[in-house]
Design a protein around this ligand. Sequence first.
Ligand code: KG4
Ligand code: ZN
Length: 365
Amino acid sequence: MIIFGMESSCDDTAAAVLDVQYTENGDKYRLLSNVVSSQTAIHAEYGGVVPEIASRAHAEQISRVASEALKRAGITHADIDAVAVTFAPGLIGSLLVGVSYAKALACALDIPLIPVNHIEAHASAAYLEYPELPSSFLALIVSGGHTSFYDVTDHVFTEIGGSRDDAAGEAFDKVGRVMGLPYPGGAAMDKLAGAGFQREDWKAIRFPTPAMNDGTLEFSFSGLKTAVINHIHNTVQKSSAATGAELPLNIKEDIAAAFTKVTVKGICDKLAEAVKAHGYSHIVLAGGVAANSHLRGAAAELCEKLGVTLCAPSLSLCGDNGAMTAAAGAALYKEGIIADSKMNAFASDEGAMGYIESLRNKLKK
Ligand code: KG4
Ligand code: ZN
């Protein structure tokens, strides 16, 4: 079965072609194409995603991206059996571009449309690379919008913890911005921290942990973000630099290292608590920030110590893409989840969860 996956929830316009075989020995996947058109360069000059510009850029790119995905897969529209599209959560104008395109495609081809929650899609990227993943696992999604734990059982996601305020990715990007790094700052912060860790100086910088010390699986990144920004401003005042961007490279590296250390440790501490409390055998670590080399390394070490299997999708499947949407769509299709005529885009998680739940309830009747 050929599933066409489409994603436009934020600033990446993406489409992918996934061949799925549902067999008695599990679902077999063959990713035939995965095309991502990033708007990073467009938003860089504003230091963040501008929603109006994002939706316009999606509208300009989506036909080209969709055609390119078909071309690279060596198929035509007639070969597609179902369309899976991210319908929530995200920027409403951006989501609407993908949803409208996917609805029109499914209608014109007279094939099923599958509504995909973006967060569930991030975790589903693991289905493509870890066939041994059991039907029940713990998903830790770390992205620009989320830092959340989910119990996943038969592709039903139940949030069991997460950030009370900012997401880890937001903190990476904001700290990067104050230090003059190009938007989004996550990948550049990863490199800076790597250089900082080569020395000892970062150890003198103390930042508060984002992990809540109250027995919950919750985080708070806003206090950490503010502490790092205050530290940068204080360092600027004591130096000859006029802004954080003008600080010497070694100082930026030390700050990036100290911030990364406390972020990674906070996330891993909560991961350990989640595994101990719930007894999972497999952990999926996904989302844009799951590309962070220090987080991947620490999570791998922790999982080995705990005797559990870490399933962290390849870097190309961590950031937003259509392959993960198609993978989530494959699981939903198998369950019988097909969008009805009421399907719409939702900015919020609640909207996404509520719609899928309503379709599940209809199936039970
Ligand atoms: O999943 P994603 O592409 O979009 C959302 O759903 O939010 O995540 C984007 C986030 C951005 O905050 C970006 O800076 C961050 O992922 N990111 C990283 C790295 N690569 C991307 N953060 C830390 N280290 C990285 N290597
Ligand atoms: Zn994402």
